[in-house]
Ligand binder design. Structure first.
Ligand SMILES: [Zn+2]
Length: 256
């Protein structure tokens, strides 16, 4: 079976008339078979092929220059399988939002307790000091739990943003809560703030630091000395919060 697949693959990769995107898709599948953590990235800036570990997401990218041979790219990945396995194993394992999983919500570990009852009219979710109690008529309430966490994030982030902005005599514009992969927060010229809902899963000092960071941008739209001084002033524990985000922020992406 492997041979058949490989035959098919090299044919797809060699066929010149094949549209590039299709060949890329074939290569993506082949890379996924080597490791689900392995992804393809065609980069116009790349001079030669390389494997890059994105420590934020735990993903490994096979980076290829636009005109590189895809077949050679695959060979390259296969030649470096050991390196790929080693680094893929170091990436944190995903944590599913299911019964019994532990979620650190607002600095406190809480066990998800799901009770399924078909006769219920709706799903209700309550946050206890040590638990998240879910009573649901849904076979899979994961999306409901995500929505609950997102709403909780909106409430808490909005409250803390206003508190911090008040310290510098400002009022935030819109506060948006999303699920961005690359940034935990951002601040626009107009003073609108955006945050990832996943911050509710970070330690409290990190949650606090990211908000302080974006609020500080309302006064300084750069990362200069004045900005950092204000950011530290607005943070409950700048050193711990900043340090944890830098080192462990990517772990917030584990919850699926
Ligand atoms: Zn910044």
């Amino acid at each position: 079976m492997i041979t058949a697949k490989r035959g098919l693959l090299s044919r797809a990769l060699q066929q010149r008339p094949e549209p590039q995107s299709t060949a890329h898709d074939v290569l993506r599948v082949a890379l996924h078979e080597i490791s689900p953590a392995l992804h393809l990235r065609i980069s116009p800036r790349a001079k030669r092929m390389a494997l890059r570990l994105d420590s934020k997401t735990g993903r490994i990218h096979l980076v290829l220059p636009p005109r590189a041979s895809l077949r050679k790219g695959l060979e390259f990945a296969r030649d470096h399988q050991d390196w790929i396995f080693k680094h893929a194993a170091e990436a944190p394992a995903p944590i599913a939002l299911t019964d019994g999983s532990i979620l650190p919500v607002l600095g406190q570990d809480r066990v998800i307790r799901i009770t399924f009852d078909k006769s219920l009219k709706r799903t209700s979710i309550h946050l206890n000091p040590n638990e998240i109690i879910v009573s649901t008529n849904k076979e899979n309430p994961t999306q409901r739990i995500f929505r609950f966490l997102k709403n909780l994030a909106r409430e808490e982030i909005t409250r803390v943003s206003h508190e911090k902005a008040k310290q510098i005599n400002r009022i935030p514009g819109d506060i948006r809560i999303g699920d961005t992969k690359s940034r935990w927060g951002s601040c626009s010229q107009e003073g609108n703030l955006s945050f990832s809902w996943r911050l509710v899963l970070a330690p409290l000092e990190s949650f606090d630091y990211v908000i302080a960071h974006e609020v500080a941008h309302m006064a300084h739209m750069d990362h200069g000395a004045q900005f950092w001084a204000l950011c530290e002033e607005l943070s409950a524990d700048f050193k711990a919060g900043h340090g944890w985000m830098k080192k462990n922020g990517h772990q917030l992406m584990r919850y699926v």
